[in-house]
Design a protein. Structure first.
Lengths: 258, 316
């Protein structure tokens, strides 16, 4: 079997594992949908200031919750599942087989990106049907690019963070401690215009805010042109490279203490 | 199950010329922080045998096995597994070995059949899923999710996953630790079945009855060195070791009256060591019969593998 066929197979089985695990499905798929309902229902009729003009809060929250969804499908899900696979010896066992490690890793990343893409489609459908938020066609390509670059970069960062997770139980708290504060200061829950400047400066260092800003530009009806936010995309990709390098340096296949 | 037990003891008679080595170790050493974990050991495993590698925790057993499997690097010595140095063992080499780790899980959401088919796909010439299911006795469980299997069934699935690639050499690290007796016997049958289809098995275990039931040859490691090597029957001079004869002292008899020099009384039991157990027992039996006496609880015992093992590993 060629490595490409092996990767496709790995992806297929990883997908099966994912969709059969109620915990993963809830945190990755159901939770963002619930958040979208809550935020749009509570604040949907207001407007918020973005880049000097007002946009509807419902338009604001679709890209915001999409960012959260990409974050859970990639960073959160991979940090937890890789820590579990490593601590339970599954990675170590895989290492004894002829399966090339990059194929295994590509399968996991592919699964996260696939789940992200499905989730984005689901959130868009809900946004459109219930709240009349639609993705402008002229920015569609920029939207797809952002989702792919964001999902890939956040997956690499998950590998990097997993290499610092000491045990299976520590994975979820560590992932949350990183994600939750960053999501707050990046404007995922509270509009950026209401967040103090100092905190926004901190958020600007990390990739989440750039994924969100890039998606917000895609959804903003005032955006002219193709909507590519090159500056944001460059910072996201840069973080992805940092993650990949740290992972190459530190990623372990054996359980802690072995 | 009971019918299968005698089969377990049936051993392939040693061939006149020894089978070629599939695993050779010469002067292997490995230290951690200046402390020698493995201190210059030699091993030879021949094609088609079950080789048991025994030793207490911390004796260097796991370090050795992980060097052989290619997980760890070594400090010195020569290691050849299936003609390759495991340190540089590539994809082709890994497709010829199967590894069952001491503790390992599987993706619990996948079924037995899906897992075997997934892992089989990693190898160039795998066994069929149904063949593998049959070898490890999981045909009835093929549709169950791995997470719902019992401990014994999961372990057999572990063996199945190591076996599905049709490897020449299998490493089994403590395959029955924590099992109930029935699950252990079931796993033993699977291991014996592996030898029957020509696989070589490198087994580590804590259980001497397991080594006794399965192994063709045994090596014992203690403090990083091989302290004994042989078959389960002759390990550490077990075949030449004296037998112990014991019985309850009949009422009204003094130990000194017995035709048994060297006999000592321990509680109510007389014990003596002899290298000629048949003659000793015949003499005692004749003596007792002449007097119309019975020797209650009469027992002739050779040292068990476990006793030999404890003696070997507790020295030094």
């Amino acid at each position: 079997m060629s490595d490409l066929a092996l990767t496709a197979r790995q992806l297929r089985y990883d997908q099966k594992s994912f969709w059969r695990n109620p915990q993963y499905v809830f945190f990755t798929v159901i939770q963002p949908v619930i958040f979208l309902f809550i935020f749009v229902s509570v604040f949907g009729n207001k407007t918020t200031l973005v880049g000097g003009h007002e946009i509807k809060r419902s338009t604001y929250y679709v890209p915001a919750i999409t960012t959260l969804a990409i974050m859970s499908a990639t960073f959160f899900n991979l940090t937890i599942s890789l820590s579990r696979l490593r601590e339970q010896g599954i990675l170590k066992r895989i290492r004894s087989t002829p399966l090339p490690p990059p194929v295994f890793l590509a399968g996991r990343i592919g699964t996260s990106i696939t789940v992200s893409a499905l989730l984005v489609a689901l959130l868009l459908t809900i946004g459109r049907l219930l709240y009349g938020v639609s993705l402008p066609t002229h920015t569609l390509l920029a939207g797809v690019t952002t989702v792919l670059v964001g999902a890939a970069a956040l997956s690499c960062l998950a590998f990097a963070v997993t290499s610092f997770v000491p045990s299976e139980d520590a994975a979820a708290p560590i992932a949350n401690v990183i994600m939750l504060p960053l999501m707050f200061i990046s404007g995922i829950f509270i509009p950026s215009s209401e967040i103090p400047a100092g905190m926004q400066d901190v958020a600007n260092v990390f990739p989440i805010k750039h994924v969100f800003q890039s998606l917000l530009r895609v959804f903003d009806p005032a955006t002219g042109g193709a909507g590519f936010a090159w500056g944001h995309l460059a910072i996201i990709a840069g973080w992805g490279c940092v993650g990949a390098l740290v992972a190459l340096w530190r990623f372990r296949w054996t359980p802690s203490g072995q | 199950m009971s019918a299968a037990v005698p089969q377990l003891r049936a051993r392939v008679p040693p061939a006149s010329a020894p089978a070629p080595s599939v695993l050779t170790v010469r002067g292997l050493s490995k230290s951690y922080d200046g402390r020698a974990a493995v201190d210059g050991i030699d091993l030879d495993v021949r094609r088609g045998e079950i080789f048991a590698f025994l030793g207490p925790n911390g004796a260097g057993k796991t370090t050795t096995v992980e060097i052989l499997e290619g997980y760890r690097s070594r400090d010195g010595g020569e290691v050849e597994v299936l003609g390759c140095d495991p340190r540089g063992g590539g994809r082709a080499w890994r497709s010829r070995i199967g590894v069952v780790l001491q503790t390992c899980a599987v993706q619990p959401e996948l079924t037995v059949e899906e897992l075997l088919s997934l892992y089989g796909g990693y190898y160039p010439a795998p066994l069929s899923v149904s063949e593998t299911l049959e070898l490890v006795g999981l045909t009835d469980e093929r549709g169950l999710r791995a997470g719902t299997l019992s401990g014994g069934q999961q372990r057999r699935l572990d063996v199945g996953l190591a076996l599905v690639g049709d490897p020449e050499l299998l490493f089994l690290d403590e395959p029955t630790t924590g099992f109930d007796p029935s699950a252990r016997h079931h796993t033993w049958e699977v291991v014996v079945g592996l030898r029957d289809i020509g696989k070589t098995v490198f087994l580590t275990t804590h259980y001497m009855d397991e080594a006794q039931a399965l192994a063709d040859r045994v090596a014992v490691i203690a403090h990083g060195r091989i302290v004994a090597e042989g078959t389960p029957a002759d390990l550490g001079g077990r075949d030449h070791a004296p037998s112990a004869v014991s019985f309850m002292l009949p009422a009204g008899v003094e130990v000194g009256e017995l035709p048994a020099p060297g006999a000592v009384l321990r509680g109510e039991h007389v014990e003596l060591q002899t290298r000629t157990p048949t003659a000793t027992v015949a003499r005692l039996a004749g003596w007792a019969q002449e007097r119309g006496l019975e020797l209650p609880e009469l027992e002739v015992r050779r040292p068990t593998l476990e006793e030999i093992y404890l003696e070997l590993t507790e020295q030094g």
